[in-house]
Design a protein around this ligand. Structure first.
Ligand SMILES: Cc1cc2nc3c(=O)[nH]c(=O)nc-3n(C[C@H](O)[C@H](O)[C@H](O)COP(=O)(O)OP(=O)(O)OC[C@H]3O[C@@H](n4cnc5c(N)ncnc54)[C@H](O)[C@@H]3O)c2cc1C
Length: 372
């Protein structure tokens, strides 16, 4: 046995002697918040449900509950069940077609008080980032924001002489992505986290799944309705990186002119009936080649398309963490030592000016990327 193994064995032996504590006080199972936009379900609602299902296998109570709020919210209940929910708390109100902090916070907090989950997961979307900390503050619990990995595992506090066999391990990048911090908080329930959209996989839809649907009415007061939505304006040119099957991303190496070529490639793919979008690295955004809503990575979007084509991108860790879970990665870079090649399935060491026109030609001749 190596020294390291021996140390681990001794640590495990000592840990086992620390008394197990359970401070859950009746909190059981996992709950998620299923975001809606207007009358549509946000794709991340299904992603966190899939992750909740996976985590629930490590808990003693495996019930997964989800809270859905909005106008006609009940229409999403069966979909949520088919994607992994055992129970759906439906809070349906015509006034909640669009998000408002006060009535939403009351609704989620009231529902959590009734459900009493041991874990609560929100999406770290713009709305989730407003909702989750407000709910956590009202419930007097902690919140780990922007997590990229979740797990259940043993946490031993030698100082407090406490052992939690099933603590919620909330992991998120810190120190400019150089470290992955694990945050725990098994002293207050629900242990709560927001997770980045696009990080987790939804489960395969199972139309045979059944579950319980609960119509829930929060104890709203007049104060909760003090604000009024006058109108809702959606951004005209929304970049839908999360909906694209194929993302063609450009980096600093392609320059402004190169982005025109990448746009041509995206247009050609779309003309073939495939869903494509233009992505970018932060260096390209900072240089003004393209707007921030195209940025992929730590301070941009996390994506997992079927095909990700990285052109003139070096592969800094902050970029990789936003795209490395794409199904197939094709990298084009003039430098054979570029880090992007460490995650690429297909690497092309060449000047983009030689490769991209060839790709455009092939796509215009009818070539389709495999997105099945
Ligand atoms: C806190 C923090 C957050 C960050 N968040 C993000 C983020 O969200 N997203 C992100 O992308 N970055 C982010 N960054 C920046 C990141 O560290 C890198 O600086 C950035 O990703 C580099 O972009 P790039 O690869 O386009 O540029 P470069 O590193 O300059 O690489 C350009 C590449 O182009 C290649 N090249 C040059 N000419 C050609 C050619 N003719 N044909 C083909 N290849 C060519 C070069 O070989 C090189 O590999 C963040 C940094 C920090 C500190």
């Amino acid at each position: 046995m190596s020294d390291a193994d021996e140390r681990a064995r001794r640590r495990a032996e000592l840990d086992a002697k620390v008394p197990e504590v359970d401070l859950r006080n009746g909190h059981k199972g996992i709950c998620t918040w299923a975001q809606t936009n207007g009358e549509e379900l946000h794709p991340a609602a299904l992603e966190i449900l899939g992750e909740a299902r996976r985590l629930s296998e490590k808990l003693d109570d495996q019930t997964v509950t989800t809270i859905v709020i909005g106008k006609n919210a009940e229409k999403h209940a069966q979909t949520l069940i088919e994607y992994g929910a055992d129970r759906v708390y439906v809070i349906s109100d015509d006034r909640l077609e669009y998000y408002r902090d006060l009535p939403y916070v009351r609704a989620v907090v009231d529902a959590i008080r009734e459900i009493k989950p041991e874990i609560m997961i929100y999406t770290a979307s713009a709305i989730g980032r407003s909702l989750a900390p407000r709910c956590a503050a009202r419930l007097h619990v902690g919140l780990s924001a922007d997590c990229t990995e979740l797990d259940i595992g043993q946490y031993v506090s030698r100082k407090k002489n406490q052992r939690f066999p099933r603590a919620f391990m909330m992991k998120r990048p810190s120190f400019g992505e150089s470290k992955l911090a694990t945050i725990i908080g098994p002293w207050n329930y629900p242990q709560s986290a927001t997770v980045r959209p696009g990080v987790f996989h939804p489960l395969k839809r199972d139309p045979s799944r059944t579950g319980e649907v609960i119509q829930f009415t929060p104890k709203w007061t007049e104060d909760d309705w003090k604000t009024e939505v006058i109108s809702f304006e959606s951004e005209g040119s929304r970049v839908e990186l999360d909906k694209a099957d194929i993302i063609v991303s450009g980096g600093y190496g392609v320059g402004k002119e190169g982005f025109n070529m990448l746009r041509e490639l995206v247009d050609a793919i779309r003309a073939n009936g495939q869903r494509a979008e233009l992505g970018a690295s932060r260096a390209a955004v900072n240089a003004g080649f393209i707007s921030h809503d195209h940025q992929v990575g730590q301070t941009g979007k996390t994506v997992r398309p079927k095909v990700y084509i990285a052109v003139g991108i070096s592969g800094a860790i902050q970029h990789l963490m936003g795209m490395q879970n794409s199904r197939t990665i094709i990298a084009v870079n003039i430098d054979p030592k570029a880090r992007i090649f460490t995650v690429a399935n297909y690497g092309i060491v060449a000047d983009y000016k030689e490769v991209i026109p060839e790709m455009i030609k092939k796509v215009r001749e009818g070539y389709k990327f495999n997105v099945e």
